[in-house]
Ligand binder design. Sequence first.
Ligand code: FES
Length: 164
Amino acid sequence: MNNSSGKTTRRNFIRILWIALISISLLEIASVILAFLTSGGRKSGDRKLQELKVLGSLDDFAKGSVTPFRSDRLYLVRMDDGGLIALSLKCTHLGCAVTWNKDSGEFDCPCHASSFLRNGEVSNPPAPRPLDFFPLVIEGGLVKADLKNPNKRNSFQKSQLTYA
Ligand code: FES
């Protein structure tokens, strides 16, 4: 009698365990389907915008300013005419971090003395090419940078600047 009751209890326990596991699996499947359905309405452009890093309000960056974003490894430069360029702080020689020198108005590399103009062009080798720059978008008064797609270049072109 006791033995039979014990079997019943064990059988019930296993049945409840199965029901619980199946319920959890169904909930997970439902949450995956829900996540898929709620993201399905977005356009690919929206997804791309989500990847852009907001650097700040356009008004935060005065004409002629150079603003460091050390954690993003870039300098946001606003030219005197209002054009913006986000320069990688990685020296194009061997990758040391360049620093802005207010006195000279240039970026200096501490490793082998390369220097770069405000627009990123090399003013003193051995750096072989200008600093890379990140694409910028100005939307709703905000400056946003695409940090995943740095651009390499051989010279500075005015088309590399972004205007409001
Ligand atoms: S790493 Fe910058 S000059 Fe060499």
